[in-house]
Design a protein around this ligand. Structure first.
Ligand SMILES: Nc1ncnc2c1ncn2[C@@H]1O[C@H](COP(=O)(O)OP(=O)(O)O)[C@@H](O)[C@H]1O
Ligand SMILES: [Mg+2]
Length: 384
């Protein structure tokens, strides 16, 4: 194992020279050999596969020092994969927080791009809590409170404590991993953006996952921290309700979680949204408060959404808010209707993609996420 700055600074021949330039300033990342990782995963045996994402497969493996690791192998030929790979290393190699996944290192031999993280025993919220019942973990109310506040703390750290600020851009159930004590860790920084100092937004190609994507960002491509806060709001409601943000098997009025939450909020019946798997064993006042915080975070006007540090204080009860003055959530479906009505269509948006997004049945799964803005078979929605 070698320190990356050493390897790329003095001898980039073993790695990819292009990557070498980009990674030369990165400290704190260990370089692993392809051979060591092949041994660790029993030659990338399917038995050790623990996840599949938009850009490659993730394997469980035992490193030479005995440590368990999650080994994410990016698809060898994808340019987009290389960009994600670099972003992920640049963004998380220097930061450490209880609620963020830890990157151990990477491998850049030949055309291989591999990331190595600490292994998290209980996989992701998408596979467990929202995985459709094939899970042995019982998510008590206390555990859900711990998960919601943990994710909020991790995101508040990225948004408000590290310099430069980081916008994650893909907060969703499959990117929240759980360790053996069910402590949540935010993972998958491939889409993250560093916010230059004194900037309120950056303009980007839109990327994220439908169901969690803030409508104002989807429309304008102007990215702010408020887009993550919106995604967090959707996730918070998913954790309390135990259901995915979109579920086409439900009656039409209940399919979209934000629409459903808003209806119940207006009727003062939010308690009916709380996961029935809890068998009534939860603090109803706190659960309704959490759902209202989810609504606060997803309000249509980004300016009205609280900052993540405020969200943390609201979740822990250190800060009150006016529970009767929440405004309607911004819904991507409203945006779709608007686009359907306004002809001609913008670039790369066509009717087929729009309709597939409206009837997409899973907004938080791992492999079935929609790719509605382009025809590319990826889990990320993109358009320029
Ligand atoms: N550190 C880890 N520990 C355990 N499982 C992991 C770990 N990292 C990823 N996974 C599993 O692999 C899946 C995909 O990983 P992710 O980093 O989100 O890749 P992608 O960019 O392809 O979405 C996750 O949803 C999770 O199920
Ligand atoms: Mg992911």
């Amino acid at each position: 194992m070698t320190c990356l700055s050493f390897l790329f600074g003095r001898n980039s021949a073993r790695g990819d020279p292009e990557l070498g330039d980009e990674l030369s300033g990165v400290q704190n990342v260990t370089l692993y050999s392809y051979k060591e990782l092949a041994i660790a995963t029993n030659d990338y045996s399917p038995v050790n596969k623990i996840g599949e994402g938009g850009f490659g497969s993730v394997y469980k493996g035992k490193l030479r020092n005995g440590q368990m690791a999650a080994i994410k192998v990016l698809s060898a030929d994808s340019r987009q994969g290389v960009r994600e790979f670099l972003t992920e290393i640049q963004v998380i190699s220097d930061i450490e927080h209880e609620n963020l996944v830890k990157l151990y290192g990477c491998c850049v031999e030949r055309n291989q791009r591999i990331l190595i993280y600490n292994y998290l025993e209980n996989n992701s919220l998408a596979k467990t809590l929202l995985g459709g019942g094939h899970c042995s973990i019982h998510f008590t109310w206390k555990t859900r409170v711990k998960i919601c506040t943990g994710v909020a703390r991790g995101l508040a750290y990225l948004h408000e404590e590290v310099r430069p600020r980081i916008v994650h851009r893909d907060i969703k159930a499959s990117n929240i991993l759980l360790d053996k004590d069910l402590t949540p860790k935010i993972s998958d920084f491939g889409l993250a953006k560093l916010m230059p100092p004194n900037m309120t937004h950056v303009s980007t190609r839109v990327a994220g996952t439908i169901g969690y994507l803030a409508p104002e960002y989807a429309i304008s491509g102007q990215l702010t921290r408020r887009a993550d806060i919106y995604s967090f709001g959707v996730l918070l409601i998913e954790i309390v309700s135990g259901r995915c943000n979109t579920n086409s098997r439900l009656p039409i009025a209940e399919q979209y979680i934000l629409e459903r939450t808003w209806q119940l909020y207006e009727r003062k019946e939010l308690v009916f949204l709380v996961d029935t798997a809890l068998n009534g064993d939860f603090d109803a006042e706190q659960a309704c408060k959490f759902l209202k915080i989810g609504l606060l975070c997803t309000q249509d006007s980004p300016k009205l959404r609280p900052s993540m540090s405020t969200v943390v204080r609201m979740l822990t009860g250190e800060r009150d808010f006016d529970e009767d003055a929440i405004t309607k959530p911004g819904l991507i479906t409203d945006f779709m209707d608007l686009k359907i009505k306004t002809d001609p269509m913008p670039k790369q948006l066509d009717n087929a993609h729009l309709s597939s997004s409206k009837f997409n049945s899973s907004g938080s799964g791992t492999t079935t996420e929609s790719s509605v803005w382009t025809s590319a078979p990826s889990s990320h929605a993109t358009f320029s």
